[in-house]
Design a protein around this ligand. Structure first.
Ligand code: C5P
Length: 235
């Protein structure tokens, strides 16, 4: 497992309609959370400026762009994102051409490139509908190997696949795991979920948590509880 500070292991997904709401949550969580994910919803409501604001206040930022386009476009988009100064950026890990273009665009920037393997809300049935004959676990592993070969820093995958990825690509490759739920809590639209403790024990480096924290009656206590589960799993 990678040497990562405990405070950086929990990434809170700021999936919110406005920057004002995101700012309120970040102020409430205060020193309890150090790493935030800015994704598509917030990006269309001033999320990029907010990402910059978070960085200037010492937070780490994961820009969840989930890029997928022709190589030239991906390469240039990644180059601009690298100049922007975020910590993590996602690219869909469907093919080697796109992945290699992203690595070329990142150049010598310290920004980490993460490949989205198979979205955690997709089941075997959903993959079948896409015309894909692999199970989610097989496809995740296939794409993780491809991302590793292309020079990516890591992948986004569910906790259910973390151990197989870790075994296949070694200890340095980052495994970032969304679809995290505490025992017995609502799945929302997620399919391949896991508890924070199990995900970390299976080899995940970071866990991404959205609604279980952002929609909690007490987000600060919820974040703390996720932190405790991570700490216990690492101990
Ligand atoms: O609210 P919840 O904890 O389900 O949020 C999970 C977050 O992780 C969302 O922002 C979603 O976009 C993101 N994500 C995911 N599955 C992936 C990649 C990203 O759920 N494979």
């Amino acid at each position: 497992m990678n040497e990562i500070a405990l405070k950086d292991r929990l990434i809170v997904a700021l999936d919110m309609p406005t920057v004002e709401e995101a700012a309120r949550l970040v102020a409430l969580l205060d020193q309890g959370v150090h790493f935030y994910k800015v994704g598509l919803e917030l990006l269309f409501a001033g999320g990029l400026d907010f990402a910059e604001h978070l960085k200037s206040h010492g937070k780490r930022v994961f820009l969840d762009m989930k890029l997928l386009d022709i190589g030239n476009t991906v390469e240039r988009a990644v180059a601009n994102a690298a100049d922007f100064g975020v910590d993590f950026l996602t690219v869909h890990g469907h093919d080697l051409k796109t992945l290699r273009a992203a690595v070329a665009g990142r150049s010598s920037s310290p920004m980490k490139l993460l490949a989205v393997t198979v979205l955690t809300n997709l089941s075997a049935h959903d993959l079948e509908q896409q015309g894909n004959r692999m199970t989610p676990a097989e496809l995740v592993l296939h794409r993780a190997r491809m991302a590793h070969e292309a020079g990516f820093d890591g992948v986004i995958a569910s906790g259910q696949e973390a151990r197989r990825i870790r075994d296949a690509v070694g200890p340095k490759f980052l495994i970032v795991t969304p679809g995290i739920r505490l025992e017995g809590s609502a799945m929302d639209d997620q399919e391949r979920v896991m508890t924070p403790g199990h995900a970390i024990s299976a080899g995940a480096d970071h866990i991404v948590v959205g609604r279980p924290i952002t929609q909690s009656d007490d987000p600060k206590a919820a974040a703390l509880s996720f932190m405790h589960h991570i700490r216990d799993a690492l101990a």
